[in-house]
Design a binder for this molecule. Structure first.
Ligand code: MLT
Length: 324
């Protein structure tokens, strides 16, 4: 009896297995999920990186905004996506705060994702509507303490960077404000510009151009030293909030089980994007910069994410900020 050996792919196909052809990846458009609304800082970082990575991979990378619940709806979507390299995920520090903030997460922030690499650490700015009655941080502090819940503070939902910064700010000053959540700080910025909300803590990738055009007020940056892109803006540390530092790191991921050759291809494209002169210039214009290559490797992000999940848990529990 002659035994005919099927090629492995055909055999697996017959078994109904989905074979991922890593060797010729990518052969079609890739979707980069951003867990916040279009037009916000996460979206801005994603579109710059996606454009450059797509050039390197010779395939289009389209950004899909899946907002809501501080980024956890988008994360859940990616965690359930096929591990075939055609769904990737760009998220920020919120990937590490969600486990402590949301007690019923439908995914594991660490084990349901394959890390591709860190992208950038973005500073934050404390900004207010143009006619807010405080000319500097000292006056802002006095106004907020005098008016408390009458003051409205915008964020992108529980677990967003703007929520985290606001939580740290309110804890630091011992005053609770009225929080107004949005699906992203892109939409929040529209209301700040229109005067419908009083202030927020948002990333320079979203606030720099509005600050420089005088359409919003800025009271400080959340970095140790002043920013080259806005040298006249004091740090909050010098303005009156000693030790107040928040930087919003951003990471790129794929679903758990994505084959290593595909992760390697994505990692190579990310490393190329982080050296892309256009990406570097746009990041600089927006007050940030790509992480150095040594920090942009998959295993570095895996270890960093774990350390951040462990770091933020007690801080969040102490602040009593969580959703059931
Ligand atoms: C955040 O506050 O987490 C981000 O600004 C959300 C966004 O990118 O819109």
């Amino acid at each position: 009896m002659k035994i005919r050996y099927l090629p492995i792919a055909a055999a697996l196909a017959m078994l109904g297995a989905t074979t991922v052809h890593a060797e010729d990846y990518p052969t079609k458009t890739i979707t980069m999920v951003v867990p916040f609304a279009a037009g916000g800082p996460t979206d801005t970082v994603a579109r710059l990186v996606a454009q450059s990575m797509g050039t390197k991979l010779k395939q289009q990378i389209i950004v899909e905004n899946v907002g809501g619940a501080g980024g956890t709806i988008g994360a859940a979507r990616v965690a359930k996506s096929a591990p075939d390299g055609y769904t990737i995920f760009l998220h920020h520090i919120g990937q590490s705060t969600a486990p402590a903030l949301y007690r019923k997460l439908s995914y594991n922030a660490l084990t349901d994702f394959e890390p591709v690499g860190l992208v950038t650490d973005v500073p934050m700015t404390l900004v207010a509507r143009k006619d807010f009655p405080a000319k500097d941080f000292k006056e802002l502090l006095a106004y907020v303490k005098a008016n408390k819940a009458k003051v409205t503070y915008a964020n992108a939902g529980l677990g967003s960077a703007s929520h985290l910064c606001g939580m740290l700010f309110m804890t630091a000053i011992g005053t609770d404000l009225t929080t107004v959540p949005y699906k992203g700080t892109g939409p929040a910025m529209n209301d700040l510009l229109g005067g419908q909300v009083d202030f927020m803590c948002d990333q320079t990738t979203n606030t720099t151009s509005q600050i420089k055009s005088g359409k919003i007020k800025v009271y400080g940056v959340t970095t140790k030293t002043r920013l080259p892109s806005m040298p006249d803006v004091p740090t909050l540390n010098e303005a009156g909030l000693p030790g107040f530092e928040v930087a919003v790191w951003h990471g790129l991921y794929a679903p758990k089980g994505t084959p290593k050759p595909i992760i390697d291809a994505l990692s190579g494209a990310l490393l190329t994007a982080l050296k892309d002169p256009t990406v570097k210039q746009r990041f600089a214009d927006l007050g940030t910069e790509p992480v150095p290559e040594a920090r942009a490797k998959p295993e570095v992000l895996r270890a960093f994410l774990k350390s951040e999940i462990d770091r933020w848990a007690p801080i969040i529990q102490k602040a009593g900020a969580y959703a059931d």
